[in-house]
Design a protein around this ligand. Sequence first.
Ligand SMILES: *[C@@H]1O[C@H](CO)[C@@H](O)[C@H](O)[C@H]1NC(C)=O
Ligand SMILES: *[C@@H]1O[C@H](CO)[C@@H](O)[C@H](O)[C@H]1NC(C)=O
Ligand SMILES: *[C@@H]1O[C@H](CO)[C@@H](O)[C@H](O)[C@H]1NC(C)=O
Length: 250
Amino acid sequence: MFPLMNELFLQSSFRPLSVLVFHLLLTHSQSQSQLIGPSQPIVATVGDDVILPCHLDPAEDVGTMILEWTRPDLKPIYVHMRRAGQDLVDKHPSYIGRTSLFINELKHGNISLKLSKVKLSDGGTYHCFIPKLDKRSSVELVVASGAASSPVISLSGTDSNRGAVVLECESKGWYPEPEVLWLDGEGNLLSAGPTETVRGPDDLYTVSSRVTVEKRHSNSFTCRVQQNKTNQTRETEIRIPGRNYMFLQF
Ligand SMILES: *[C@@H]1O[C@H](CO)[C@@H](O)[C@H](O)[C@H]1NC(C)=O
Ligand SMILES: *[C@@H]1O[C@H](CO)[C@@H](O)[C@H](O)[C@H]1NC(C)=O
Ligand SMILES: *[C@@H]1O[C@H](CO)[C@@H](O)[C@H](O)[C@H]1NC(C)=O
């Protein structure tokens, strides 16, 4: 009984100690600073210039260090690289001539990247990295098309037995892919068919959705198309004279 208790005691008291020693060894050879990126994605619209934030905290002069911005999903992964006080041009072709660091900010440990003339294909996760300090952080960039059209609602059919009509809603020019919702006059969600999504040669999405509405519903219906990441919403309302469902002509 006693030897076992002794062993348990040793285990439980030595484990935290060894973890602490390990931490001390690790941090000893490294900077105490952390690279900090934004906690939320950065949202930009095609054509914008955007800043991808990344800074050392506490600040430390990084002006002479190797600084790297990469996108691990690309090949080559390099978006921007600075070495011996020079920006290197050897990087992913899509980013040539569109990236820069804020040179006066480097002494404050701020290695935020300016990306000009944002393209749809710029959307993704970026890493900022200081090899000498072995510090890295990441920034998610979400790019919106900025070309989303207001939905167009049309009457696409009737079901005279049920006194119902089928409404169709279509909206073009979206990126990223949005969701489509139908609401009645009181703002209640209606259950609709699956959203059809088509991606055009310009990479933008056209979405459409149908809903069957009956007499018992109100006579006002809204098609709302929304993209939560970019906080974009477009909606259109249609009014149908409630009593005439069966006699509507198409
Ligand atoms: C880093 O520099 C950019 C560009 O000047 C600026 O927008 C950002 O606020 C700076 N970040 C910090 C933490 O100072
Ligand atoms: C988008 O946001 C709305 C409102 O906050 C929410 O009801 C909806 O579920 C969200 N959609 C997605 C796909 O996260
Ligand atoms: C999204 O838009 C709504 C209304 O326009 C606004 O209140 C909200 O703060 C926005 N959210 C973000 C994350 O930008």
